[in-house]
Each structure stands twice: as C-alpha cells, then as structure tokens.
Design a protein around this ligand. Structure first.
Ligand code: PFF
Length: 453
C-alpha cells in the first residue's frame, strides 16, 4: 500500500500546499482579533518568539516523522515504536482536526455570506452603523449562517473526493499569491486612513504590562493554530513529500510565509479598527466588521472599485479557508481509508458529515444555543479554546518528544539532512535537535503550568 501513496510534484508544490494549509482564517480572521484581545505589540512579540522556538521545531518534528514513515499518524507511531502506547497519539490527530473544523467551517460559512453580500454591493451602499449591526444579527439568526456552513463543508468534501494531487495541489498554487497582493493593498489603504496611526502604534509599541499569562498561552496557541501543528496535518502532507525534497527549507519557507501574512493582516485590520472607532477587543467578528467598513469608505468615492475589491477579497478569504479545511479533512480521511475497510470516498463523506454536525452546534451557539457556556465561552469559543490552547500544543508536545527522544537518531538525522547531502542542514541539525528535545517541550509545559496551576 505504501508504494502507492501519491507525492507532491516539487519542493515548491510542497511549500505551497503546506502554506495553503497554514495560511487561512488563522492569519486573516483569528490573528487580528486575538492580538486585539491580548493587547497588541507585546502579544505579537511573544507570538514571534513562540513561532520560532516552539512551533518551528515542532513543524520539523512532524515533517520528519511524516516523511520517514510515509504514512498516516497511527501508522507513523507504530512504525517507529511498535506495540507501545505511542500508537494512541494517533487518536488525538483524528479528534483534534474534526473539532477544529467544527468552528472553522462556521467562519468559512461567514466568508461565503460576506462574499454574497459583496456580490450584491451591500457594503458599498450601506452605512458604517448598519455594517456594525449586521454581523451580530447575522450570526445570531440561527438559520442563515447554516447555509454558508453547509456550502462550505460540501465544497470541501467535493475537493477532497478528487484526491490529493488533483484536488489539493492544483487548487492551492494560484490562490495564495492573489490573496497576498490583496492583503498588502488593503494594509496600505488601511494605514493611510485618518486616525489609523493609533492602530499602527498598537501593533508596534509593546506594552508588556498588558500581557498576562493567558496572553502568553494564547500566543502559543496562535502559533500552533496558524502553522497547522499538533493535529497531524503537516505530518500527513510530509508523508506525500519526495525523499529529495528539503525539509529544512520547506519548513522555514512555510513558517515565514505564514508569519508575514499574519502580520500584514494585522496591519490591514488594526489601523482600520482604530480609524473606524471599533473596539480592538471585539472578538471573532473583528474582521467581518472592519473590512466592510473599509470597503464602505472606499465606496464613497469609488463605488465600483470598492465593490470589486470586496468581492475578490472575500472570495480569497474563502479560498484560504478552504485550502486549510481540506488539509484538516485529509487527516481523518487518510486514517479511515488506510486503517479501516472504508474506501476513500466513503471516508470523506463520513468525516464531512461529522464536521457539518459539529459546525451546526458551533453556529447555533451564537443564537439558539447561546445559553450553553463554560467560563463565559459559548460552544464555538470552547471548541476554539480547547483546540488551539490545549489539544494542538499537546499534539505538538507528543510529536516533538517522539521525534526527539524515541525515533532512531539516525533516521531523524537522515531525514533532516537528506542523507547527509545538505551541508547547511548538517550544520543546523544540532540546534534543531536541541530545540526539539528540550526547548519546545519545556516551553509548552512551562506555559501550561503558568496558566493552569
Ligand atoms: N493553519 C490554519 C489557519 O491558520 O487558518 C488552520 C489550521 C489548518 C489548523 C490545519 C490546523 C490544521 F491542521
């Protein structure tokens, strides 16, 4: 069976597919609002440190394990540690992506609704107050958000049914550059708005007195969420990598792309938040209130241009969400189709169905089910918190301990250095190994201790 696994065509295709998974709602939707909730620049600094010292080494651990085993998460653990408890780590990588998709699909659905509103030029014709009001009334309206969610899940399932190469690779390559160009353009416009300087200051002037232990944990969670770590997605993609592809440069390329994207999204959103008098801590609705405000503003002088930008923008967000979502779906599908008797198509439909059901619960938690809360969070918030701040770092911790301490040293070395053929990777190897074995695990545990004890 192993020999029949498909592979990605080139190094570039690997980076694009991994970046397609990494870059998504996490950068455009989640990053700006989490930055807004935890106080701006100080949070960003911790996020950058967490990305470099904790997330990147774990990215390498997952990639090494994935390519060395050329299999799904369960089999990967079994290959290098047969008959041990390690094989159960696989379950985490089935549960986490499905739970993430529960709330991710809801936001994907919001992006479809906003695309629809853009197509009808609603934002251009509306008023700032009406735009602000619209988001709240839309998400709490029970039925309407379910339409977007259902379309989103259906498209994701359809693409996955088409298979790895045809479906994912072809789809991810052209869309990311377009999104990048648009987000840079919007950032430039946003920074030029009257009153925007306060937002810029918010992003670059750290105030560490505002940073709490929870903020540090949230920065860790964001770095994991953004790089798609700890749930087996990167592991699965790496299992489709060819032996001659370079793990070090693909990982660094993906991480850089991802972090830069998030920061630019911050500059696209935050200055406009201040310019429009919105609260930076407005939560999950932040971009859905801010972007239409920008489009409305541009529309005062250039209605057609603004309408078109808004269409292209929400379309790109939708695509970015979709490329991440198909990577999440892939983990469960690869497992079910390789480990059970289900065929790939049926497995895709089963996992898609579960995701849709969880998405309905998350979506209704803004309306009908809003009374169900834990610690002030609704179902959507609980899913997000548990996945990003607990399950993803936990998965990452287990992967890095496994690769750092359990996998044969020689295999890890060979994978990272392409059988000792890459000089630069050989030089860096001791540092990466040290980060994987000590810095990443201790860092994660220390952050948990600081908030939960
Ligand atoms: N990294 C994606 C984003 O930033 O939107 C979200 C994500 C995708 C998380 C895939 C986890 C994952 F496995």
């Amino acid at each position: 069976m192993k020999n029949h696994r498909e592979t990605f065509g080139s190094n570039f295709a690997v980076i694009m597919a991994m970046a397609g998974s990494a870059i998504g709602l996490g950068n455009i939707w989640r990053f700006p609002y989490i930055v807004g909730q935890y106080g701006g620049a100080a949070f960003i600094i911790v996020y950058l440190i967490a990305s470099l010292l904790l997330a990147l080494p774990i990215f390498y651990a997952e990639t090494i394990l994935g390519r060395a085993s050329r299999s799904n998460t369960f089999q990967a653990m079994r290959t290098f540690a047969p008959k041990t408890l390690w094989r159960h780590v696989g379950f985490l990588t089935i549960i986490s992506p499905i739970l993430i998709m529960g709330f991710y699909g809801v936001v994907g659905g919001w992006s479809i609704q906003y695309l629809y509103k853009s197509l009808t030029f609603s934002f251009v014709r509306s008023t700032p107050d009406a735009i602000d009001y619209y988001f709240g009334s839309y998400i709490s309206s029970d039925f309407t958000p379910l339409i977007g969610l259902s379309i989103f899940v259906a498209i994701m399932v359809f693409i996955t049914l088409a298979g790895v190469k045809k479906g994912i690779e072809r789809f991810t390559k052209p869309t990311l550059p377009i999104l990048m160009i648009l987000i840079i353009g919007i950032a430039i416009y946003s920074v030029s708005l009257p009153g925007a300087y306060k937002g810029v200051e918010y992003l670059i002037k750290p105030d560490f007195s505002k940073l709490t232990a929870r903020g540090v944990a949230a920065a860790l969670g964001q770095s994991f969420f953004s790089l798609s770590l700890g749930v087996g997605t990167i592991l699965i993609y790496a299992s489709y990598m060819k032996k001659e592809q370079n793990i070090f440069s693909s990982g660094l390329g993906t991480a850089l792309f991802d972090v830069v994207f998030a920061i630019i999204a911050g500059f696209a959103i935050m200055p406009a938040v201040f310019a429009s008098g919105l609260e930076p801590s407005a939560g999950p609705g932040l971009i859905f209130k801010t972007l239409p405000f920008i489009f409305n503003k541009i529309g005062q002088t250039l209605p057609l241009v603004s309408g078109i930008i808004s269409i292209v923008f929400f379309f790109s967000i939708f695509i970015a969400a979709l490329t991440s979502a198909i990577s999440l779906l892939e983990v469960g599908v690869a497992y079910l189709s390789e480990e059970t008797r289900l065929n790939r198509k049926f497995a895709t439909i089963v996992v898609g169905g579960i995701i849709w059901f969880l998405g309905v619960l998350c979506s209704l938690s803004f309306g009908l089910l809003s009374d169900i809360t834990i610690g002030g969070e609704n179902i959507f918030g609980i899913f997000d918190h548990v996945c990003s701040n607990i399950l993803m770092p936990l998965g990452g911790l287990l992967f890095t301990i496994f690769v750092g301490w359990k996998m044969p040293k020689s295999t890890v070395y060979e994978e990272f250095t392409n059988n000792s053929t890459k000089k630069f990777n050989i030089k860096l190897y001791p540092i990466v190994r040290f980060l994987m074995r000590y810095v990443a695990p201790i860092g994660i545990i220390a952050i948990w201790i600081s908030i939960y004890l």
